[in-house]
Design a protein around this ligand. Structure first.
Ligand code: AKG
Length: 402
């Protein structure tokens, strides 16, 4: 016969030596004394206004364990520790964290974290009107969420003002300035904004294959913004038969997933062998060199966190054994081949006043050759931080959605 659900769901606690067994909602958890103690919210343990812990790890006694434990009123766990301290815990708070560690922090009052959602070439790129973004918090929230889930969005009708791309980025997040300054100019004419002209493949008329920017920086810039100031030599004057330059973007997380489905071994190689990315400072006066695998995974290796892929940054592989080298180069070739398959890309042509915003640690971008008659094309770009976007997302979410 069936016991009533109330009875089945009754929480229970059982103490033995150094671990506490908590039976809760059909689960049995074995809790360590230090794990529970670091969650104690008494005024001896935290600053009550911020909930920030007061004690350093060495300030708790060694070999601390439990003196006793009991359930109070069906919703609270009370624990006495061997150093004489007693703590109380809400069972529902413990359960939330025990079943989803990432999503249930202690100090923030609320927390929601959108997850990446993968896409291929059939993605309908969402466009936002610049005026709506700066005047309407709901639109800004939607844009922020789009960037955190799809990793890409298009913003239209931004004034064609020099440097406005950084003002826009600062409005969305914190700006990631580099040694190139707060922004960079992509045009065939050399960028002479600094003391010396900076050079890059992007500042020639040559096509650039799919890549992420600045993998040679540590940390690699999070989000990239590209603002189209001029799209071709007509300078916006009619008649214009149109700029011929095309831009392409591809979801690197999706490509990594395709590769993993084809060959776990290839995925493992690209996520474990660090390659060397290089840049000479743009003018030969310096050097930036980093070593990262192409695919960066979370600690538990279950999730992809970043893609670094840029032929123009060298991505030199270490000298591997002939067998490993053959597998590595085949894996990288396949990743590149999959990324460059047209059905996985969004193809677009910038219009002056557009800003394309994308996750530079996820989305690969490319551009076609710039013919001589489009040499006036001028794109201004900058970078912004991911954590500023997380901050904006949560702040706006609480305002707009409560
Ligand atoms: C880059 O600066 O990394 C580019 O790929 C240039 C993009 C463009 O010219 O549209």
């Amino acid at each position: 016969f069936l016991l009533p659900r109330m009875l089945l769901a009754m929480p229970a606690v059982d103490l033995s030596q150094s671990s506490l067994q908590l039976s809760l909602d059909g689960h049995k958890f074995h809790l360590d004394p230090y794990w529970l103690r670091e969650r104690c919210l008494s005024q001896l343990s935290v600053d009550l206004s911020t909930l920030q812990p007061l004690l350093n790890p060495h300030e708790l006694p060694m070999d601390m364990t439990f003196e006793n434990a009991s359930i109070l009123g069906n919703d609270t766990l009370q624990v006495a520790f061997t150093d004489g301290h007693t703590s109380k815990y809400q069972l529902k708070t413990l359960l939330a964290e025990l079943t989803d560690f990432r999503s249930n922090p202690i100090q923030p009052a609320q927390y929601e974290r959108p997850r990446p959602s993968l896409w291929s070439g059939d993605l309908q790129l969402t466009s936002y009107n610049h005026h709506d973004i700066i005047t309407n918090e709901e639109v800004r929230l939607n844009l922020t969420e789009m960037l955190l889930t799809k990793g890409v969005a298009l913003v239209k009708k931004i004034p064609k003002e020099h440097g406005i791309v950084t003002a826009f980025a600062k409005n969305m997040s914190t700006l990631r300035t580099t040694d190139w300054g707060p922004f960079f100019n992509v045009r065939v004419t050399p960028d002479t904004a600094g003391k010396t002209a900076k050079q890059d493949l992007a500042y020639t008329g040559k096509a650039i294959g799919l890549h992420t920017d600045n993998p040679y920086r540590d940390p690699t810039p999070d989000f990239q913004l590209l603002h189209a100031l001029e799209h071709c030599s007509c300078n916006g004057k009619a008649p214009c038969d149109g700029c011929s330059v095309l831009n392409y973007i591809v979801d690197g997380f999706y490509i990594a997933e395709l590769l993993r489905n084809e060959s776990q071994e290839s995925y493992d190689l690209l996520s474990s062998i660090p390659v060397r990315f290089e840049n000479n400072g743009g003018d030969g006066t310096s050097a930036l060199v980093t070593m990262f695998p192409h695919l960066e995974l979370s600690h538990d290796k279950k999730e992809i966190q970043a893609v670094r892929f840029s032929a123009k940054s060298g991505q030199y592989a270490p000298a591997l054994s002939p067998e490993m080298a053959a597998k590595f180069y085949q894996a990288r070739r396949r990743f590149s081949e999959l990324a460059h398959q047209p059905e996985h890309a969004l193809t677009m042509q910038f219009e002056p006043g557009d800003i394309l915003v994308f996750d530079n640690r996820r989305v690969l971008h490319a551009r076609s050759h710039i013919p001589a008659n489009d040499a006036a094309r001028w794109v201004q770009g900058c970078y912004m931080d991911r954590d500023g976007l997380w901050y904006a997302f949560e702040r706006l979410r609480r305002i707009v959605r409560g």
